[in-house]
Write a protein that binds this ligand. Structure first.
Ligand code: ACM
Ligand code: ZN
Length: 755
């Protein structure tokens, strides 16, 4: 038995028989072992014995206790309430023992620090003061790389904001801050030898507003700038280090380099001067592979090494189109002189030069998984973002890997499908999915798995406009991620969720962190019911029941939900649709959550979908088209039905013969996402579903769009209406998805009735 185990068991024994195991730890990420005693340790002030502990940890505790809990930490002697011990055993773990005293055992400063972080989460405030549940915690990290990445190029964050970001990382035991300092839309780090990098490359004349896939795209013309001086960088690195977080800088090459090339066009293939772009995306203009550029990049890296003592330096390597290299005399000459077969090998050559430079300076290179293409440099580590593939290949070749696959780790994705979510890049990554992340791909052998250093979430900021939104996108997803990276005994999602809801949301409120409430947005269930629809709103466990606060009488016969908590919404008999906001109130929200419904005379009618929706975009089938919910933009999926056939047809059943004046259909136009308005529509009516009459003389009606809806007027007395929609067939070349079939997305169909 190791000495640590002996100590541990002796400590356990002192907890007596009443101690309860298998209680969920209030600490997140969950410790490897947690056991509660029945008593609470109460106090009004805290004293600390500063022997056996680094002054840095004392300063941290003192500052945080004051900031979070308003507790003054008093330096006392051997009788102090908080004691630290050096644990004689090697490892990175800490033990936290809370009885009549609080003792933090740690093998080194870092372990003790992590023990102190856990202590901060255990404090409870009550009317008489403070208390901590008596408990025994034994804990150590599962992975050595527990990272968060931040893109400061697309949107800039001040030193103060970066420090706040680091503070929050500290509470959840992250230890790598990947600082994405350069990209097309802005160069953000002062390089003394090349001042134009920041004076020209650090500014753009405007920024895209709205979504990339909007058409037309919209730009503001507000100059946008920002960079960190070397002194500020040193300050951030020091600050992070005092929290045992290493800052890993990223200097992107050879792609995502438009900001640098705006300042120094001589290092591009053409030499043409182009402005710092205002639009997001991938650009053909990248660094040229000639010797002068290699020297330029190495000079930049030389200054970067002075500022960042990190073991790894990130050189990007992703998304570098080879278009320019193919037509560049310099690049082609370098390929010939070095016997390189293709431009992928040229990229390897370029990155190899950086690898040699970093290695010669005692550092290691890390890059996005594209650096595998054309051959991996001997010392390079890989950050696998396009799924697990790159990470698997690298580990099998004996290279170190950080896993950051988009599926689990891209925190710029939407975290719910609720219309209240701010515009995001796309994708869908709810909390529960993050929780499923395992950095070790199943296909690796145990030996290969040793090359997986850990994982990381990335915060790309095209659509993260300010610090408050950055927190919103990061939390609580980063808490779920910390479970995947730190916790050796990761509890079930349900168990994690109760601890998170019970303890950590209030913690976030206390530290004024703008965490996302997305998990509380009630899921809406809708079903057909004779004469209308039934609707239910369900939050997460523990949420107060949601109550519809505002509605118009016309919408419902009754105020009360049925036994299963479904509200009945009665189909409108009015000629005009009736927009209606349901405000749901719950203690978990500062203000009501709003759901927009539109009542209309087709609410909940039966629809026979002759063309099935594509399975990927089929939420609730035909009911989606008459559920009172209009689609929001940009499109997030669930409010729309998506079709990929060139002809889409369906039959509406109005239940009885009625006088109608036309129909209105909502189509989505988002050409950047291959979603197009149709070319034409044909409408037919029938009273027996056998004999159909065209509603007008032409084969098809010209679409008349008004506020995103296509309104077709025709008079008929009918029970059935057949709608046949023709898409434009093929997306014209020169557009996103050119040559492919377009998508047709429909949100809601309404019947227009006579006055
Ligand atoms: C990346 O998301 N382009 C690494
Ligand atoms: Zn070139």
């Amino acid at each position: 038995m190791k000495i640590s185990n002996v100590i541990f068991i002796i400590t356990l024994a002192s907890f007596g028989l009443i101690a309860q195991e298998n209680i969920s730890s209030p600490i997140l990420p969950s410790p490897s072992f947690y056991m509660e005693d029945s008593e609470m340790l109460s106090f009004n002030q805290l004293t600390i014995d500063t022997n056996n502990v680094n002054q840095n940890t004392v300063n941290f505790l003192s500052k945080e206790l004051k900031k979070i809990w308003g507790i003054e930490l008093i330096q006392g002697g051997a009788n102090s309430l908080i004691q630290f011990q050096i644990d004689p055993i090697k490892g990175n773990g800490y033990t936290l023992e809370i009885k009549d005293k609080i003792t933090v055992f740690g093998v080194n400063d870092e372990a003790q620090f992590h023990g102190a972080v856990s202590l901060l989460q255990l404090i409870e405030q009550n009317s008489n003061g403070y208390s901590i549940q008596e408990a025994l915690v034994k804990d150590e990290a599962k992975f050595e790389w527990r990272g968060l990445h931040l893109d400061v190029s697309r949107h800039f964050f001040t030193v103060e904001e970066v420090k706040r970001f680091i503070d929050a990382m500290t509470y959840y035991k992250f230890n790598k801050f990947h600082w994405h300092l350069t990209d097309d839309q802005g160069w953000r780090i002062e390089i003394k030898r090349y001042p134009k990098l920041t004076s020209i490359g650090g500014q753009r004349e405007g920024t895209m507003v709205g979504h990339y896939s909007d058409s037309p795209r919209i730009f503001d013309s507000i100059p946008y700038s920002g960079f960190y001086t070397q002194e500020e960088i040193r300050d951030v690195v020091r600050y992070a280090k005092s929290r045992f977080i290493e800052v890993v800088p990223e200097i992107e090459l050879p792609g995502h380099s438009r900001a640098a090339l705006a300042a120094y066009p001589e290092y591009s293939c053409t030499g043409n001067k182009n402005p710092v772009p205002q639009i997001w995306g991938i650009f053909d203009d990248i660094y040229c592979s000639k010797d002068e550029t290699i020297e330029f990049m190495q000079n930049i890296l030389a200054e970067v090494l002075e500022l960042f003592p990190s073991e790894y330096i990130h050189i990007g390597g992703d998304e570098a189109p080879k278009t320019m290299w193919k037509g560049c005399n310099n690049c082609q000459r370098v390929m010939k002189e070095n016997g390189l077969e293709n431009e992928q090998e040229l990229q390897s050559y370029f990155i190899g030069k950086m690898d040699k430079f970093l290695t010669a300076n005692g550092r290691k290179l890390i890059g996005w998984d594209e650096i595998l293409e054309g051959g991996l440099s001997p010392n390079a580590a890989v950050m696998s973002w396009r799924g697990e593939k790159g990470g698997i290949a690298a580990a099998q070749q004996g290279h170190y890997v950080v896993m950051t696959p988009t599926t689990y780790c891209y925190f710029d994705y939407y975290q719910s499908t609720h219309a209240m979510e701010p515009i995001a890049i796309g994708g869908y990554l709810p909390l529960e999915k993050v929780y499923k992340f395992d950095p070790i791909p199943k296909s690796l052998t145990a030996k290969e798995a040793k090359f997986i250093m850990g994982g990381q979430a990335n915060l790309w900021t095209e659509y993260i406009l300010d610090y408050s939104q950055l927190e919103y996108m990061t939390y609580p997803r980063a808490v779920a991620l910390s479970q995947c990276l730190w916790s050796i005994n990761k509890p079930s999602y349900e168990s994690f969720l109760s601890v998170y809801l019970e303890r950590h949301e209030s913690f976030f409120r206390k530290i004024q962190l703008n965490f996302a409430k997305s998990i509380h947005y009630p899921a809406v269930s809708i079903k057909r019911s004779p004469g209308g629809i039934k609707v239910k709103f369900e939050g997460v466990k523990g949420d107060a029941p949601f109550k519809i606060d505002t509605y118009k009488e016309e919408f419902s016969d009754k105020l009360n939900p049925d036994q299963e908590q479904f509200y009945f919404l009665k189909r409108s008999q009015l000629t005009k649709p009736l927009p209606q906001i349901f405000a749901l109130n719950s203690k978990d929200f500062d203000k009501a959550i709003k759901y927009n419904f539109v009542n209309h005379s087709a609410l909940g009618i039966n629809i026979d979908l002759i063309t099935p929706p594509h399975p990927k975009y089929n939420n609730n089938g035909s009911l989606n088209l008459v559920d009172g919910i209009f689609g929001s933009t940009p499109w997030k999926g669930s409010e729309w039905l998506g079709f990929q056939d060139s002809t889409v047809s369906f039959i509406l059943d109005l239940e009885k013969k009625q006088d109608i004046q036309g129909i209105s259909i909502g189509f989505l136009k988002q050409n950047g996402s291959w979603i197009y308005l149709p070319k034409s529509m044909t409408m037919l009516t029938s009273n027996d579903k056998v004999n159909w009459v065209k509603t007008n003389n032409n084969d098809s009606v010209k679409l008349q769009m008004k506020e995103g809806r296509c309104i077709t007027d025709f008079s008929a007395n009918t029970q059935y209406i057949k709608v046949v929609i023709q898409s434009i067939g093929i997306i014209p070349e020169g557009n996103e998805g050119g040559g492919h079939k377009p998508w047709t997305f429909i949100d809601e169909i309404q019947i227009i009735k006579g006055e």
